[in-house]
Design a protein around this ligand. Structure first.
Ligand SMILES: C[S@@+](CC[C@H](N)C(=O)[O-])C[C@H]1O[C@@H](n2cnc3c(N)ncnc32)[C@H](O)[C@@H]1O
Length: 160
């Protein structure tokens, strides 16, 4: 796979720390150079962390306990396609996505709510070096239909 923006280490640790419980199998579907896989394996040494070395869009779905991912979003539709595909593997998904994912289409937001969007974590604009794309981590738990928790980890950062 072509290497593009790899997930910054502190964001990988944040994402690994968001995984609840002791999952049996975690899927990192777009591992790239493996930063996120490393954080997940450090946090869960006795868990199987699957990081398939293939085109995720051609991977046959199977059941995992949680998908933790930072899909490519260039082009944006690729990121959306992947996000929807994650739900074929698990109802519990933690995905780093562009902020646009939740603000530029009411239809998309409604679809994401139907997949159990339960938490939005706003990341600093400078989270990805060399890019100013505004990003967030979205957490989905199938069946969730209550309030959506919003957290902001931008405070204290130079976020021009
Ligand atoms: C935003 S990066 C995230 C990388 C990784 N999560 C990390 O820990 O740094 C997205 C990654 O998805 C990979 N990728 C792009 N298209 C893919 C595909 N169809 N299947 C699997 N991986 C893909 C790219 O190579 C890139 O490394």
């Amino acid at each position: 796979m072509e290497a593009d923006f790899q997930t910054p280490e502190w964001v990988c640790e944040l994402m690994a720390g968001l995984v609840e419980g002791q999952p049996g199998i975690i899927l990192e579907p777009t591992p790239g150079k493996g930063n996120l896989v490393k954080s997940l394996r450090n946090k869960f040494p006795s868990t199987q962390v699957h990081a398939p070395n293939c085109n995720f869009l051609q991977l046959d779905p199977y059941n995992v306990d949680v998908v933790v991912a930072n899909p490519p979003f260039s082009p944006m539709r690729m990121g959306y396609e992947m996000l929807y595909r994650f739900f074929n593997f698990s109802g519990y998904v933690i995905a780093l996505m562009p902020w646009l994912t939740i603000i530029n289409s009411e239809n998309r937001l409604e679809k994401l709510k139907a997949h159990g969007l339960c938490e939005i974590i706003h990341l600093p604009r400078r989270a990805f070096k060399g890019s100013r794309v505004q990003t967030c981590i979205l957490i989905f738990k199938q069946g969730h239909s209550g309030d959506i928790l919003f957290k902001d980890v931008c405070r204290g950062q130079n976020n021009d």
